[in-house]
Design a protein around this ligand. Structure first.
Ligand SMILES: *Cc1c(COP(=O)(O)O)cnc(C)c1O
Length: 370
């Protein structure tokens, strides 16, 4: 049997043809395709928020924070269990990530823990969609309102999801998506920032192109600014036409992606139901589109080794950031540290076959029957 991959892109004729079309036009940088992708995202989400496409999800986070004009040493509340991108985007700007604990049943930021860590320097709270779920986001916004904080949502894993029946990307302060190779949809690499705040959006549009004023509109018309001003720090974080072409093709396939990812999750839940050693996270699978399927188990490392021997690739999302040298804290985060030994991510991607889901569960059953 071939290796069962943890995650992968799903590339059809559509993406290949779209890329060739851009190559044939010999305009590879940021131009018309990127504009079309931004419009298509806005239409798909049916949102009032503006959409700015950028080079990666990490760039989206970096740009979102940079647009807030924070000061060196300002503090950002962030769950410790997240991809290291969230923390790196914070420290890239000289800001201080304040690692917070997460909830045991969702791995979403524990708002009570976050509240304890607020100081006079706290400016932003960055909730992270864990395994695509943002259940509990209302409490984050309540806390933000009470303490006058901005909210930058790391919704890297949230594209196509709902929360309490409401589509992600239709409400909130500032929201960042990722379109990296294995996310719910991909543009090869890529990301997007969404906000209703016009000042933030204008700032990010310029900042993705080295701070060159109004260069985005020019490039969408196949032109460039030659006589321009720069007022703020900018970055080379724009999206290319090649990426946007992949993204547009993927967006046209999103309905089938959503159905399949939810089917896989429901399949796991049903089949794992009678294995006592397995705990499922408390998510609403009618709402989320699971980017990863995470279980909590005992003997995680032994199970992971056993699955690997059976050609099943698994993952650990994620090592708590406050345990890394760069982000080490002088306090412990007990729930996250406990969870770090329990979490295991099972294969979940569009091309995963149902027989493979059954095989994975059979092997887990075999492990615990030993
Ligand atoms: C994928 C991801 C990112 C970063 O996105 P890239 O496009 O890979 O830069 C950030 N945060 C979380 C939670 C992610 O899953």
């Amino acid at each position: 049997m071939n290796k069962i991959r943890l995650s992968k892109s799903s590339i059809s004729r559509l993406e290949k043809d779209a890329v060739c079309e851009v190559l044939d036009k010999e305009y590879l940088g940021m131009g018309e395709e990127v504009m079309k992708f931004e419009v298509a995202i806005k239409e798909y989400l049916d949102t009032k928020m503006d959409v700015v496409c950028v080079s990666t999800g990490t760039a989206a986070l970096h740009l979102a924070l940079s647009a807030l004009d924070l000061e060196n040493g300002d503090e950002i509340l962030v769950p410790t269990i997240t991809y290291v991108a969230t923390f790196q985007a914070i420290t890239a700007l000289g800001l201080k990530p304040i690692a917070c604990d997460v909830c045991d049943d969702t791995l979403f930021i524990d708002v009570n823990d976050a509240k304890k860590r607020i100081t006079s320097k706290t400016r932003v709270i960055m909730p992270v969609y864990y395994a695509s779920s943002s259940k509990g986001i209302k409490d984050v916004y309540n806390l933000a309102q009470e303490f006058n904080l901005r909210v930058v949502e790391d919704a890297a894993q949230g594209f196509g999801c709902l929360c309490d029946g409401q589509k992600i990307g239709t409400y909130g302060d500032i929201l960042c998506f990722s379109f990296d190779g294995v996310k719910n949809i991909t543009s090869g690499e890529g990301g997007a920032v969404l906000s209703c705040d016009k000042n933030i959006i204008e700032r990010i549009k310029d900042a993705r192109l080295l701070g060159v004023e109004k260069d985005s509109e020019k490039r969408f018309l196949g032109q460039r600014s030659w006589d321009f001003d720069v007022k703020f720090q900018g970055f080379r974080y724009h999206m290319s036409n090649i990426m946007a072409a992949i993204g547009l093709s993927q967006l046209s396939r999103i309905d089938e992606f959503i159905i399949k990812r939810r089917e896989i999750a429901r399949g796991y839940i049903k089949l794992l139901n009678d294995i006592d050693e397995i705990k499922i996270l408390n998510f609403d699978f009618d709402d989320i589109v699971p980017y990863v399927f995470v279980i909590k188990v005992n003997n995680r490392n032994e199970l992971r080794d056993f699955l690997m021997q059976n050609n099943i690739e698994t993952g650990i999302h994620y090592k708590p950031n406050h345990l890394l040298t760069k982000f080490r804290t002088d306090y412990s985060l007990p729930t996250s540290e406990k969870l770090y030994n329990e979490i295991l991510t099972l294969p979940c991607h569009f091309d995963l076959k149902f027989e493979e889901v059954i095989f994975v569960v059979e092997k887990i059953r075999e492990f615990y029957a030993k």
